[in-house]
Design a protein around this ligand. Structure first.
Ligand code: AMP
Length: 311
């Protein structure tokens, strides 16, 4: 088992979907990643920042799940990062209504001493300079560095983002972001170009259409489970990243073959995240539910077919 260091926003979100809307609720990339990775009982810790307005009970909830929060700085006089989004009817696309950086604006991350030797580093979505500053503090080169980001940072900090991308092993982004980053429409060509930027592995998330893992000339596909109820896709990408990195930390095996399993675990956990608003579902999903759904995943794509051979 490797230690897992998580970086990302810990936030307030206000969400609108065709099924309803929320006031400020708990959100943030690191929150979803931590809750997801917690299902593998790994030793994980978050580096982030919140304001004095952030309820202690949210930190307690993460601690109860064995997610170490000593790396979450509390700026008493500051306000917590706030994001608001509205989903379209297809639930696959959304408009960002507000992104208020608040305490994130002047954040200098400090990696706690006991996480400087983490084997797996999950650089969740936030400013690429913060992602880079965390990497620089690691005592030794981690076994694997995974980076997740989004169009927001590509729009305002592309050079800084490209500089940190150069140093990571795996990048996880959605299809539109892969196109924006590479300037290519074909995802195959985009993945090739992104590999040339640094990461040896590229994961492209396609929402309800699953996720693709690229490495050299190999491609692997994990479907998303067709679900009856999708209430709120917020955090699905981060939950995926938490499942992916959490599984790799637990198994301590960062081979391509094991990353395929990690992709399935990520998709499996993301399928729970979307069933309720915010983090609610990830706070109470059980091991039995997770394992049952893994079986459904296996059955979804399992088939026996003989490929005719030319005589
Ligand atoms: P996802 O749906 O996986 O893309 O992640 C949604 C989460 O990302 C929300 O909980 C937000 O608080 C957080 N978020 C939204 N915009 C940003 C941003 N620009 N940087 C970091 N985190 C963000």
């Amino acid at each position: 088992m490797s230690k897992l260091l998580i970086v990302g926003t810990v936030a307030f979100d206000a969400i609108q979907t065709p099924f309803g809307k929320t006031d400020k609720i708990l959100g943030g990339a690191a929150t979803y990643i931590g809750l997801s990775a917690a299902n593998f009982n790994v030793n994980s810790g978050i580096v982030s920042v919140v304001g004095g307005d952030f309820p202690q009970e949210y930190l307690d909830m993460l601690n109860d799940k064995k997610v170490d929060t000593t790396g979450i700085e509390i700026v008493k006089e500051g306000k917590t990062f706030f994001w608001s989004g509205k989903y379209h009817n297809d639930m696959n696309t959304r408009d960002t209504l507000a992104t208020e950086l608040n305490v994130l604006e002047n954040f200098n991350p400090v990696v706690p001493e006991n996480f400087k030797d983490a084997g797996i580093v999950m650089l969740g979505n936030l400013h690429p300079l913060v992602q880079n500053a965390v990497l620089e503090q690691m005592a030794e080169k981690p076994k694997l560095v995974v980076l997740d980001t989004m169009n927001f940072w590509m729009d305002i900090a592309m050079p800084e983002l490209k500089a940190v991308i150069k140093k990571v092993d795996v990048i996880t982004i959605n299809d539109e972001e892969a196109r924006q980053l590479s300037g290519e429409y074909s995802l195959l060509v985009a993945a090739e170009k992104i590999q040339a930027m640094g990461p040896k592995y590229v994961v492209i998330k396609k929402g309800e259409h699953g996720a693709l893992l690229f490495h050299k000339d190999q491609v692997f596909f994990a479907p998303a489970l067709p679900l009856e109820e999708v209430y709120d896709p917020t955090g699905a990408g981060d939950t995926f990243a938490g499942g992916f990195s959490g599984y790799l930390a637990k198994t301590d095996d960062v081979s391509f073959a094991n990353m395929k399993n990690a992709l399935i675990h990520g998709s499996n956990l993301a399928s729970f995240c979307v069933e309720k608003f915010g983090t609610e579902r990830m706070q109470n999903v059980t091991e039995t539910e997770i394992n049952e759904r893994l079986l459904s995943f296996r059955n979804l794509t399992k088939y026996e077919m003989e490929i005719p051979s030319k005589k």
